[in-house]
Design a protein around this ligand. Structure first.
Ligand code: PEP
Length: 256
């Protein structure tokens, strides 16, 4: 992590209930002095997180403010509720809802327009990884976002984050799934940073997602181009999530 970038640890609860104790006084889901923390609950639990003072956002939001889109909510509605963040382009949404790079870019813009901080998720699948197509895929997925960032000189990096999530490392309920090695993740993060517009390279937070947990967070977060984590499975286990946030806090102190 570069000392200029504050780490962000984000928990993606996916389609699971809020873990017991999430709103306790010593909840690890609240931001700390040198670490930003956010959670992405189901729509049903957004209000509870907001009421508990936990920074949060929807796992998906439509760009249109209102309309005939059964089952969806909009970025505007999430902002009005009091959300601060929004996920865009999570691999579950790309796979199960067939969201395209162009649709995801529209969500990204709508989040920013509504003063939400979008976390743009992208990453190669196992077959793309095995076929040696990682860089090609990442460039394709990032291109619409790079175009948006290039055209917006006034869009400062505190208004969005990126999350590199190699789909082959995402646990999907398997606690033994190995994460990318910290060396491999660092290499990809550095490459991603080099693809960003020059004026955004040093300031953009690039989170790592894919089986980050208490046992590997310190090593991943120690990498110079890894600026936090998007955490699935471990964010449902309060004690494990706490370890990740504590590792981030230590890292921030060492760098601060
Ligand atoms: C995710 O799906 O965003 C994710 C990173 O999951 P996990 O941490 O469980 O691999």
């Amino acid at each position: 992590m570069n000392p200029k970038r504050k780490l962000l640890i984000a928990g993606n609860w996916k389609m699971n209930p809020a873990p017991a104790g999430f709103d306790a006084d010593d909840s690890p889901f609240r931001s700390r002095k040198n670490v930003d923390v956010a959670v992405f609950p189901t729509f049903l639990d957004l209000r509870r997180c907001i009421d508990a003072g936990i920074p949060c956002g929807p796992q998906f939001g439509r760009p249109e403010p209102t309309g005939a889109f059964t089952g969806d909510i909009s970025m505007a509605m999430a902002a009005k509720l009091g959300c601060q963040y929004a996920l865009c382009g999570h691999s579950d949404r790309r796979q199960f809802h067939h969201e395209t790079d162009e649709e995801i870019a529209k969500q990204f813009v709508a989040a920013i327009d509504n003063n939400l901080i979008p976390i743009f998720c992208f990453g190669e699948t196992e077959s793309e990884h095995d076929a040696g197509k990682t860089i090609e895929v990442l460039k394709r997925q990032l291109q619409p976002i790079i175009t948006i960032l290039t055209g917006s000189l006034s869009l400062t990096a505190d208004r969005f984050s990126l999350a590199y999530e190699p789909v082959w490392a995402i646990s999907r309920g398997d606690p033994n799934k190995p994460a990318a090695t910290s060396k491999d993740a660092q290499e990809i993060h550095a490459l991603i940073r080099s693809l960003l517009p020059k004026d955004k390279q040093a300031s953009t937070r690039i989170l790592y997602g894919g089986s980050m947990k208490g046992s590997n967070a310190a090593e991943l977060l120690a990498q110079p181009d890894i600026d936090g984590g998007l955490v699935g499975g471990a964010s449902l286990k309060i004690d494990d999530f706490r370890k990740i946030v504590e590792a981030a806090e230590k890292n921030g102190q060492n760098n601060g």
